[in-house]
Design a protein around this ligand. Structure first.
Ligand code: HEM
Length: 477
């Protein structure tokens, strides 16, 4: 690694190959966030990569995360233009991939004040309680079968969060195991795959033929067509029913259509792009979090016992945990927060792009630099997280005001600053209610011959590689 260049004072550059720079290292790293974390242990908390014409840096400490996401947020809050993201977001007509500017501000205002506001999230309470109750009833059926059946909790969590996003996002409840839900989940998988796929043309525009030959361009076109038809069906369905006022209250799509500037000529690309954002943000991250909380608790039986006893004391003999109970569950919140820290569902923040030249930690950063914050590494920063950042310790969130909502720069699972996740309240509400009820209603064991593991899948969202299979035992009050 070259030391600070005296002339230009750029961050340390990770050595790569002639012409392709570091492309091969980044595109082939099996688990990108751990690879980058190891590099930063050797070369420091700010690293520079050479990706053809795109200057790229990665930051991995709480101090620098705070600098990027708070002190100099404005300089770091745009998004780079990548091939798949552009296509799937209708040329950045959405909120996630739109560059910083007036259009983004307007979309965020509508999201914060209306679509994903606290009041809107509360208005979906009955939907959440209903869906969580259905999931618990399904699991109870397995628990009471003879012999008791093991449950694939990864599938149950994904089923729950996709159903929640369908109901709150566009007012539909697809039959479990039905073809429409399967179609939706397949579209989600393809969306996630393409948004993290490595397109050569992002770094070498002249070599775009490589993506055509590899079949990636065709796959992107095909996914775009399928997603577009899916969004169009939802919109047509809404319009066929006359877009009632009830729809505006009942789901986000209904409300978004109302907010289009000219209702006779809404900008449909923007409506579709917003649906894509809901799909992208709304299900995978919450499902992954539910699975990691359960995995963490299976690994630490004394924490499991403590949190179950808190939940069962608070909910008593009601037979379920409802949302009024949640504010009383301080230890459960600590467990969920520690899971966000230790098994960060989005280990790398979505790529940012600098809006202007600036100085970070004494290094010069050019305008239009792509910036990654390695949230997973930040959450293990020994200068910030004490004691024992490598230990799962919910108690670190007790007796202080440390939280995960973007003000403690050591634990930023939702990002921070202007581009902090606008769906945070909805994500937290889904996860807390689901976990509380899974822990209230059942005791959990490992099925014989299955070993608990924590292998992860690489991607935008850090899923558990091997599904979490557990044996539920109904808890009798
Ligand atoms: C546990 C659940 C969730 C986690 C961990 C999560 C995490 C994140 C993260 C890390 C970012 C990037 C922030 C940045 O660049 O600094 C983000 C952005 C975003 N999330 Fe979430 N999210 C969750 C749930 C949701 C939900 C439920 C929705 C919507 C229904 C949502 C919608 C979005 C959107 C639209 C953005 C882009 C914001 C922008 O660029 O201005 N997320 N989320």
């Amino acid at each position: 690694c070259s030391k600070k260049s005296r002339k230009t004072n750029l961050p340390p550059l990770i050595p790569g190959l002639p012409l392709i720079g570091n492309l091969h290292q980044l595109s082939r790293a099996p688990i990108l966030h751990t690879y980058l974390s190891q590099l930063s242990k050797i070369h420091g908390p700010i690293l520079r990569f050479n990706l053809c014409s795109t200057p790229t840096i990665v930051v991995s400490s709480a101090k620098l995360a705070k600098e990027v996401l708070r002190n100099q947020d404005l300089a770091f809050c745009s998004r780079p233009k990548l091939v798949a993201q552009q296509r799937l977001s209708y040329n950045a007509a959405d909120m996630v991939f739109v560059p910083y500017g007036e259009e983004w501000r307007e979309q965020r205002r509508i999201a914060n004040v209306h679509l994903l506001s606290r009041i809107k999230v509360q208005s979906f309470r009955s939907v959440r309680e209903d869906e969580v109750a259905r999931m618990v009833a399904d699991i109870a059926r397995s628990a009471s079968s003879s012999p008791p059946g093991a449950v694939n909790l990864s599938a149950a969590a994904m089923g729950l969060t996709t159903t929640l996003i369908c109901r709150t996002g566009f007012g539909k409840r697809y039959e479990e195991q039905g073809s429409e839900l399967r179609r939706f989940q397949e579209l989600l998988d393809e969306l996630g795959m393409l948004l993290t796929a490595f397109f050569v043309s992002d770094y070498f525009p002249a070599l775009s033929w490589v993506d055509r030959v590899s079949g990636l361009t065709k796959r992107l076109d095909c996914a775009f067509e399928k997603l577009d038809s899916f969004y169009q069906e939802l919109i047509d369905d809404h319009l066929d029913r006359g877009g009632t006022q009830k729809d505006e209250q009942d789901h986000i799509l209904g409300m978004q259509i109302k907010f289009e500037l000219d209702p006779t000529q809404p900008i449909w690309d923007r409506v579709k792009a917003l649906l894509m954002n809901l799909f992208l943000g709304g299900s995978d991250s919450s499902a992954a979090t539910i699975v990691w909380v359960m995995t963490a608790l299976m690994k630490e039986p004394h924490i499991m016992e403590k949190v179950q006893s808190e939940i069962r004391n608070v909910a008593g003999d009601k037979g379920k945990v409802d949302e009024d109970d949640l504010p009383k569950l301080a230890y459960l919140k600590a467990v969920i927060n520690e899971t966000f820290r230790f098994y960060t569902p989005g280990p790398m923040l979505l790529a940012r792009e600098t809006t202007a030249a600036c100085v970070l930690d004494g290094y010069e950063i050019q305008s239009k630099t792509t910036v990654y914050v390695n949230v997973w590494a930040v959450a293990r920063d020994p200068d910030y997280l004490k004691p024992n950042p490598d230990e799962f310790l919910p108690e670190r969130f007790i007796g202080n005001d440390m939280d995960v909502k973007g003000k403690d720069f050591g634990v930023i699972p939702f990002g921070a600053g202007r581009r902090i996740c606008p769906g945070m309240l909805m994500g937290l509400a889904n996860v807390e209610l689901a976990i509380a009820n899974l822990l209230y209603s059942f005791d959990w064991e490992m099925p014989s011959r299955i070993q608990l593991d924590t292998h992860v899948l690489s991607g935008l969202i850090m899923h558990k590689k091997i599904p979490l299979i557990l044996l539920p035992k109904q808890y009798h009050i």
